[in-house]
Design a protein around this ligand. Structure first.
Ligand code: COA
Length: 535
């Protein structure tokens, strides 16, 4: 058993300097969050309320059990995206929350953002929420208020494999898995917006404000010449009396949300399980972590100091503590939930990669969920390491991560670069949830390295033509590369593209993981089958 002890001086100059540097990272995230929470802006919100409709986030808070948390997924989606689809939260609020004591995936269109229409990122986020529901066996609640596809970007959201159609296929498949699919129609829902309630198992519709139709009044008139108003075409009365596209008639938003709660209450879903061991706080406060992350991003993160502030009782049973020390592996707990921790403490060498692969294999066999704490510049490079088979040993770790069918969670706490990101269960490797701390960075390699690689390639090309580059020309060539990498590797950018589910504070990390671990514990287990490891 290792008990991590701390040697940090909370009154020292370094601690204060680090806190100040972290505050700059935090401020960038907070600015993005504030802009995002403004939704479609004051005017759109006023219009929305004047129609008797609650905003999306208020709908969710009225739906949830009082004083329970909402684990929001993709809050910053769309924030720093391409100019043409940079809309607040990608026009949809998604996450996991408790309804009648049951954890549910909740997806709510924000009609103040372009009529709740689906941008490419809206589709990606809706599909992501359904993926979280699928993996954790959760009912889905859709609070629908959407004009369907955002027509100018249709080619980026309609025809492809993971585009709009996937949302409806998912509804059918999740229902087939026995996971209740419940819709409340709380605004004008057209085309794709109409298919969500139509595909759901059980649907509520709100009088006057809710409509469901494949084509709105304008389209009907254009197509057939028929003149009909929105309510006669697809209002609550038509759909609960004549068409049976909806099942329950609600008088207003509050009534609709109460009906959804009743539907969840009588569904055969399970309450969240309790942790197998009593939760214990760490010996040291996790809110001190920003003070121990060096203000200089080139300095290594103090891995053991961080574990001392994340794990129950600051302890873990370490696996091969004396071997391959640049990766720390071991079994500990977060609020009573067992986790197999894989955490970087330096570059990955062949020994550390093999050790981690072996540890992942053990966790998969013992059904211990894995927690990856990324702080990795990549695998060691150089002649001796290539000759020693670093690619082969690294591949073993990547294969183990890929095939392990235990719940995996990833938090980028420092850098996450190149193949190191793959070996540490980056997004492509299916972590159940993935987050970054505000100071963290991720890209294929560091900006400085990328700038140097590209400059060397350019110099070699010039030399072939008998030309040379001056030091000033080299620097002028490198600077934009560095800037591009810095912009694209920061956590707000990653969150805006949905490469991660959330940007979280170090002090929030334990609670954020706790809900994920509890959900995973209640979900069905899958058996792991590994492929061929390159020995
Ligand atoms: N694609 C692109 N933009 C759309 C859109 C769509 N499907 N539907 C609405 N918008 C835009 C509007 O142009 C407007 O943009 P602006 O603020 O820049 O002017 C904004 O969304 C809000 O629309 P508005 O009609 O003013 O809001 P509303 O709340 O009164 O009505 C809808 C919202 C969605 C009910 C209504 O706009 C509508 O019926 N849209 C057409 C829906 C449709 O036919 N979809 C087919 C998809 S296949």
């Amino acid at each position: 058993m290792t008990v991590f002890t701390s040697r940090i001086d909370r009154n020292g100059a370094a601690f204060r300097r680090n806190l100040e540097a972290f505050a700059v990272h935090r401020a960038a995230v907070e600015a993005a969050r504030a802009a995002t929470l403004a939704g479609g802006g004051t005017e759109a919100l006023k219009l929305h309320r004047s129609r008797g409709k609650l905003p999306a986030r208020e709908r969710i808070s009225h739906l949830l059990d009082p004083a329970t948390p909402f684990l929001e997924i993709g809050q910053l989606a769309g924030y720093e995206s391409r100019k043409e689809d940079a809309v607040a939260s990608a026009g949809i609020v998604a996450g996991i929350g408790m309804v009648e004591g049951r954890a549910c995936a909740i997806v709510a269109n924000d009609a103040t953002v372009k009529g709740g229409t689906y941008y490419p990122l809206t589709v990606k986020k809706h599909v992501r929420a359904q993926q979280v529901a699928r993996e954790n066996g959760l009912p889905c609640i859709y609070l629908v208020d959407s004009g369907g596809a955002f027509l100018p970007l249709q080619e980026d959201l309609f025809p492809d494999e993971h585009h709009f159609g996937r949302i409806f296929r998912n509804i059918a498949e999740l229902s087939a898995m026995g996971l209740p699919q419940i819709s409340a129609v709380m605004g004008q829902c057209t085309a794709g917006g109409a298919y969500i309630p139509a595909m759901s198992d059980e649907t509520v519709i709100v009088r006057d404000t809710g409509t469901i139709y494949l084509g709105g009044p304008q389209l009907v008139q254009a197509a057939t010449g028929e003149v009909v108003d929105a309510q006669r075409l697809g209002g609550a009365d038509v759909h609960t009396r004549s068409s049976a596209v909806a099942d329950h008639f609600a008088h207003d938003d509050y009534h609709a949300l109460a009906l959804v709660r009743e539907i969840v209450a009588r569904s055969a879903t399970h309450p969240l399980p309790s942790p197998p061991t009593p939760p214990q706080p760490p010996l040291y406060d996790s809110s001190d972590i920003p003070g121990i992350i060096s203000a200089n991003p080139r300095e290594p993160l103090p891995a053991r100091e961080i574990l001392a502030r994340l794990l129950d009782g600051s302890r873990m049973i370490e696996f091969r503590a004396r071997y391959g020390p640049t990766v720390i592996c071991g079994t500990g707990a977060i609020n009573g939930w067992p986790v197999g921790v894989v955490m970087n403490d330096g570059v990955l060498f062949s020994e550390s990669a093999q050790k981690a692969a072996n540890f992942i294999e053990i966790c998969a066999q013992r059904r211990i969920p894995l927690l990856f704490l990324h702080n990795i510049s990549g695998f060691m490079v150089g002649e001796a390491y290539e000759a020693g088979g670093i690619a082969r040993h690294g591949a073993k770790m990547v294969a183990a991560v890929s095939c392990a069918r235990v719940p995996k969670f990833s938090v980028i706490i420092g850098g996450s670069y190149g193949a190191g990101n793959f070996a540490m269960c980056g997004r492509a490797f299916g972590p159940r949830l993935m987050a970054m701390w505000p100071n963290a960075r991720t890209s294929v390699m560091g900006g400085e390295q990328a700038a140097t690689v590209l400059a060397l390639v350019r110099q070699a090309q010039m030399e072939r033509r008998g030309l040379t580059m001056s030091p000033e020309e080299i620097e002028a060539f490198k600077q934009p590369v560095r800037e591009t990498y810095e912009r694209a590797s920061n956590p707000v950018h990653a969150a805006s593209r949905l490469w991660i589910d959330a940007v979280i504070e170090p002090a929030e990390t334990r609670n954020w993981l706790t809900l994920g671990l509890a959900l995973a514990a209640g979900a069905p287990h899958e058996d792991t089958r590994f492929g061929v490891f390159r020995m």
